[in-house]
Ligand binder design. Structure first.
Ligand code: ATP
Length: 920
């Protein structure tokens, strides 16, 4: 991006056109006519800019994005780490060592400080970088006119002068002066706080009336959301030049709030710090009282404080969450905010859309019934015209049947916005399927017969679409065409077509059609009815089609797995009861004892009644966005943690209300993506399952490294405290304690956070949202491991120190024993339930490398002469090392035994449950 000053210099040397562009602010643009603005930005409203011109403008104006300038350089951030009070204390102790001319100590502590600070700095840097990456996961796109064609590309490539098209659900990609606004209302609440959308116009606004954002009715501001209608506008400001550039910069620079887990880690860290300080103070006071050297006690105390206080805990949590989110993105689920990851493991009800999520949204018309009840079937799949129409009533007049069938498809094609170009669909699959079916009966140019005057767009509330057209051959004749849900279409019909005759429709006839539609629905087909007429209130029913939309592969398995883990799945659809139940049954969602509830029934039910009914309902049919909100609220009131999918503009409220709002990446509008917590790139239900699996896995990984860090920290603290209490010399010196800290906070701990997700986590029931991370089980594990480490290390120290003299060999043995214990402990912390041999010794590569690295480091500390000096160590024999390995493996063996006993108990409990269920 070119800096503003540089740009200005450039503009001075280029021509006046650039100068004018730079000056185009919403204030000015709103007072000018659309025509004048277009003239000033040198563009063509019908063709847009050329790609070449756009490229040139990008060079001058930069990308349409905000660069949040780094307030701090890397060095400043590094120096910042030294402000930690514990590091300052360490610096102080190194200074005291210099004063007392103990230069060796001073250098050792200085080296340790640099290592500790660098580890903390790298962690923080990684955390920041991964959080930055998160923001880039959902780049906004736009629909823009370039060289006469509508193109969809990343909004960052927009330049002043581009012509942008807006439709319902879009996020405005740059500041636009509107040149067309058809029923256009834009939600500007993010800037004005006004919840009522602002109705837009393309008219010029006189200077006297254009003060304030609300009054600029002909400007669409970047970042606002199109609530309804459509329009076109010319870009007058991009990136930081846009009206809200500064607001955006502020928002981007704003730190996102901490997740509940991060908060609880913060408070856990604080609590532990307090306990640690108290114990350290006690150790120092006791040591001093016992007449030990004050400087030695001070150094030990400070090193212990650095080692035992898990200051790295919150930051490792952030890194693990952020890395997990990146992993989820690879599995096609984009999580927008870190807290979502935690909530994912608690979700116990998923409300999923049918079309496109549980099914493929690849529609094919397979059946057709005309108003005369002629029946036909279609062969072929997809949007390829290969396939035939087969008549099922062979005895009847072929031409009459074909004419009636063609009439149904003619209505379907005229009341349609899709196109099929070279076998590729442009538009909605439902509409594409109708065009394909028409091609199969050689109706290719049927739309040419009419001139469309008006469209009443399809909405999931109305469930019909209508168009008003002029018949080309009789230019003064207007005709309406309607397609949609059968009961809605029949509401408009006064007649039905019977071999080109119009016959009044009575209730019997209507219920006959409804029965036929139900029959089609029971086969899992989506039914669309068609009608035409000269008035909307007097339509002629012509027939209906049944469309096949196959379930997505893998959905039935995902449903089974999620059911198995105690997550309930409810299907929400705009389709009819029969279609919905047939598909739900195929996917294993609708079994014996389940019920289906319609949108109308929900409307007539109180929240209490709905709550009572909910447990057995697995299908909600003919529902719209308003019902979704009511369903989420009722589920939440009954104590459920709800994941809800959505795609339309009006789904936004329900998505916001749900504990996890899930937007569709492909068909979803920007509005619902904005409201959602998670976006499914491929709209696939399977992806939700993957996200839940990752979410649970991340939580368990965090719990694993918390267990590891806590047990090491408690072991180190207690070891020194015990030694001081039983009046034996300190088993570890200050440098050794700091080395242990690096292992504890550093790579081995972090690599526990990236443990590959164990697929069995899905079998575990959803976590209770209120359950804290530090459970009784976790505390037991921590204390057990810490107890073994302390006993083992003290045992080695006592045996080595049989002469009552502390030699470098004694501390080397004790120190190495502690480090080995730590390695074995980290190995067993990889899973709380499974044996390490089941999850695979080599399955977590980063862990493997960090353990190997730590052991090599430990060997260097023991055998490399310069390090021997710093750490006051001595070379050990192979026998020593083998002996230490045998002793320290005890923590691993005990943990494996404990896991075995736990697994057996779990199995017994499961068997008991199965037996009880069978008995009941
Ligand atoms: P979901 O995606 O939530 O499962 P859905 O796609 O099944 O919903 P809607 O899109 O709301 O449901 O469609 C409901 C009904 O409206 C369909 O059964 C069909 O009869 C009718 N319908 C769907 N699409 C169109 C359309 N483009 N034009 C006219 N009618 C339509």
């Amino acid at each position: 991006m070119i800096a503003t000053d540089e740009k200005r210099k450039l503009y001075d040397t280029i021509d006046e056109k650039i100068e004018t562009l730079l000056q185009m602010k919403p204030d000015e643009a709103s007072r000018l006519s659309a025509h004048e603005v277009i003239r000033r930005v040198y563009t063509d409203p019908k063709l847009g800019l050329s790609w070449k011109e756009a490229d040139e403008r990008i060079k001058l104006y930069g990308f349409n994005e905000f660069s949040v300038t780094e307030q701090q350089s890397l060095w400043q951030k590094y120096i910042e780490q030294f402000k930690n009070p514990l590091i300052l204390l360490l610096l102080g102790s190194s200074f005291v060592s210099i004063c007392m001319q103990q230069f060796d100590d001073a250098i050792s502590i200085a080296v340790a400080i640099i290592i500790v600070v660098s580890v903390a700095f790298i962690q923080e840097y990684r955390s920041e970088k991964s959080l930055e990456e998160l923001n880039k996961l959902v780049p906004p796109t736009c629909h823009c006119l370039r060289e006469g064609n509508v193109q969809t590309f990343l909004a960052r490539n927009l330049v002043p002068g581009d012509i942008v098209l807006l439709t319902m659900g879009d996020r405005v990609p740059a500041d636009l002066r509107l040149i067309d606004a058809i029923d256009l209302s834009i939600d500007e609440s993010s800037f004005t706080g006004e919840t009522e959308p602002s109705v837009k116009t393309s008219q010029q606004i006189p200077a006297s009336k254009s003060n304030g954002i609300e009054s600029k009715k002909n400007i669409a501001f970047m970042g606002t959301l199109v609530r309804c209608g459509h329009g076109r506008g010319v870009v007058i400001g991009t990136g930081e030049f846009s009206e809200f550039g500064s607001v955006y910069k502020m928002m981007a620079a704003e730190e996102s709030p901490k997740t509940p887990l991060q908060k609880s880690m913060d408070s856990l860290g604080k609590q532990l710090s307090m306990y640690s300080f108290a114990i350290i103070f006690f150790i120092m006071a006791l040591g001093w009282f016992q007449g030990r050297h004050i400087l030695e006690m001070f150094n030990i105390g400070v090193s212990l404080a650095v080692a035992a206080i898990p200051e790295g805990l919150p930051i490792v949590v952030t890194v693990t969450l952020a890395l997990g989110v990146m992993r989820m993105a690879k599995r096609k689920a984009i999580v927008k905010k870190l807290p979502t990851v935690e909530t994912l493991g608690c979700v116990n009800v998923i409300c999923s859309d049918k079309t496109g999520t549980l099914t493929k949204n690849e529609m094919t018309v397979t059946s057709l019934i005309t108003s005369e009840l002629y029946q036909a079937e279609f062969t072929g799949v997809g949007y390829d015209a290969k396939g035939h129409c087969m008549l099922l009533d062979e005895g009847k007049d072929y031409k009459q049947q074909m004419d009636s069938i063609k009439l149904v498809l003619e209505v379907g094609c005229v009341c349609n916005n899709a196109d099929i170009i070279e076998g590729q669909l442009r538009g909605q699959p439902t509409e594409g399927a109708l065009i394909t079916a028409a091609l199969k009966v050689n109706l290719s140019d049927v739309r040419e017969k009419y001139i469309r005057l008006q469209e009443y767009p399809f909405s999931s509330e109305q469930k019909i679409m209508a168009v008003r057209c002029l018949v080309r051959s009789q230019m003064n004749e207007e005709r309406f065409f309607v397609k949609g849900a059968i009961e809605k279409v029949l509401n408009y019909c006064t007649h039905y077509s019977s071999n080109k005759e119009l016959v009044p429709i009575n209730l019997d006839r209507k219920s006959q059609y409804i029965k036929e539609a139900q029959f089609m629905g029971r086969k899992g087909l989506r039914v669309l009815a068609m009608a035409y007429g000269s008035k909307l209130e007097e339509m002629v029913f012509v027939g209906m089609v049944g469309m096949l939309d196959p379930p997505r592969p893998g959905t039935a398995e995902s449903v089974r797995t999620l059911h198995g883990s105690g997550i309930k799945i409810k299907m929400l659809t705009g389709d009819s009861e029969e279609t919905a139940c047939a598909i739900a049954a195929r996917l294993g969602l609708y079994a014996y004892g389940s019920t289906a509830v319609s949108g109308d029934e929900i409307d007539n039910m109180s929240e209490e009644a709905l709550i009572l009914k909910l447990p057995n309902v697995s299908v909600f049919y003919r529902v719209g966005p308003r019902h979704k909100l009511k369903i989420v609220k009722a589920l939440q009131s009954s104590g459920c943690v709800v994941g809800m999918t959505g795609d339309g503009v009006n789904d936004g409220v329900a998505l916001k209300k749900a504990d996890i709002g899930i937007a569709m990446g492909k068909v979803g509008t920007d509005v619902c993506k904005e409201a959602a917590d998670m976006i499914l790139i491929d709209d696939d239900f399977y992806t939700i399952m993957g996200a839940i699996e990752e979410g649970k896995g991340i939580f368990y990984n965090i719990r694993n490294f918390v267990t590891f860090q806590l047990s090491t920290s408690i072991a180190a603290l207690s070891l020194i405290a015990f030694a001081t209490m039983i009046k034996i010399p300190n088993p570890l010196n200050a440098m050794q304690i700091l080395w242990i800290n690096i292992i504890m906070d550093g790579p081995p701990a972090q690599s526990l956070g990236v443990e590959p997700v164990d697929h069995d986590v899905l079998k575990q029931p959803p976590r209770n949202v209120k359950e804290p991370m530090i459970t009784k089980d976790l505390i037991f594990n921590v204390l057990l491991s810490a107890g073994i480490i302390i006993s083992g290390t003290l045992f080695i120290f006592k045996t080595e120190m049989s002469d009552n003299m502390v030699t470098p060999r004694d501390t080397t043995m004790t120190f190495t024993c502690f480090v080995f214990f730590d390695m074995f402990n980290s190995l067993s912390c990889r899973s709380q339930i499974k044996s390490v041999f089941t999850i695979g010794l080599l399955s977590n590569k980063p862990f493997l490398f960090s353990v190997i690295g730590s052991i090599i480091g430990q060997m260097l500390v023991i055998y490399a002469p310069p390090l021997q000096k710093i750490f006051v160590t001595e070379a050990l024999t192979l026998q020593d090392l083998l002996f230490l390995t045998a002793i320290s493996s005890s923590v691993f063996i005990v943990s494996e035994l404990k896991k075995f006993v736990y697994r057996q108990a779990l199995k017994r409990q499961k068997r008991k449950e199965v037996y009880q269920n069978d008995f009941v």
